[in-house]
Design a protein around this ligand. Sequence first.
Ligand code: UDP
Length: 483
Amino acid sequence: MDSETHHHQLHGFFFPLMAYGHMIPAVDLARMFAARGVKATIVTTPLNASILSNSINRDRSSGLDIDIQTLRFPAVEAGLPEGSEHVNAITSIEMIAKFFKAVNMLQQPLEQLLEEHHPDFIVADMFLPWATEAAGKFGIPRFVFHGTNYFCQCVEYSLKCYKPYEGITSDKETFVVPGLPDKIEMTRSQLSNHFKVKSEFNEWLDQIRDSELRSYGVLVNSFYELEPAYAEHYTNVMGRRAWHIGPVSLQNRDTIDKAQRGKKASIDEHHVLNWLDSKEPNSVIYVCFGSASRISGAQLLEIAMGLEDSGFSFVWVIRTIKKEEEERFLPEGFEERMEGKGLIIREWAPQVLILDHPAVGGFITHCGWNSILEGISAGVPMITWPMFAEQFYNENLVTQVLKIGIPVGVEEWNLWIEAKEVSVRKDKIGKVVTQLMGDGEAAENTRKKAKELSEMAKRAVEEGGSSYADFTALIEELKIYRK
Ligand code: UDP
């Protein structure tokens, strides 16, 4: 790099919340910037840095200007056990408050890093509202990264403004979310707790919204063609500045990138690929509920029986808090019977690698946005099984707007650490799997639609595509801003 370029090289900080669903896309985003010649620094805590360091080292050796800076996480000061640096360390409601108390203590250490490194901008997670003020002290723009899509932002805004859930008599009665481009129906039981109970969390959400309004803009992991009406609604009706720059997961092109994204997979990637290679196209259903969800043993049993009854091949990612729990609840002789038919991955799967394989024809997902967008990018239709956070909104996007999936029929939102015993029975699971994976006309149409969206997603991030162009515009604007 000549001194001229070096002198003008932009430098960005990327500070995700310490949860896989936030860190993984933020790292992809940082790598995207680095691939365009921007120096990218990921800010996180030591334990999380050690999870990410392998893939960042690989990026560095391939020539990307990317590094990690760490901040000590004040777990103990906030009343948590030492080393509780990741959302997955939370096991109770009390711990949630303490975890975020510790997160909120990171403003001053972040300011110190800003002082030392003088970046030109910062992309900080929505859950770090104070990052706007920190950036302001150094005269640099702060961008918000929610990790979700336009649709969710629009639904949440409408619910907050119009409160349509207040005028109904029962938790199961459907209401229309007002003022949106499509008729979106929900029930009160599918809404997050903050709409139903007033708590400190509501005040914090207000701070998050306020910091978003005061920030320079929002980076959205989505692409225009996926949800054009909502991209417009977000800008024109809600008045936000946003850049759509996704799907960021498409940044991972080769097997090793896909296999080691976020965290090293707990199964050899070649074993998975060989297993999938032995299957017919679109014949395998992939089952994974993201990085943080907790599934009860009783629910695992229902899933096992539902998958077996469906007769389809499957790859199923099982993560339980206690290993014994899982073993106890798998049906007698299940793994022996499923030999060759079902591949169980314990702990962490190379998800993007699996979804991208032509043998995979369906995805049972908890509707985390990364998972859905990865499914869309791979052209895989979905069975939606939302649990917490904004996952019920995402279900609506998939089933009511994009029409590339079937709901499994979950009725109730639950805090992720308070999983329900059983929310879906085996019969329903078997039925929807057969419906999605079968060769009926409806299933064919869903598959076709999913493939079309996948093509659009890939085009969006290629040179000349909508996300590529928006990303270029953003970088150009940042260069001008800095002058
Ligand atoms: N993921 C993975 N392997 C797993 C579980 C999750 O690679 O076994 C990745 C997945 O590809 C996605 C992220 O972890 O990028 C999960 O994010 P998402 O928004 O889907 O859900 P969350 O974990 O935040 O609930």
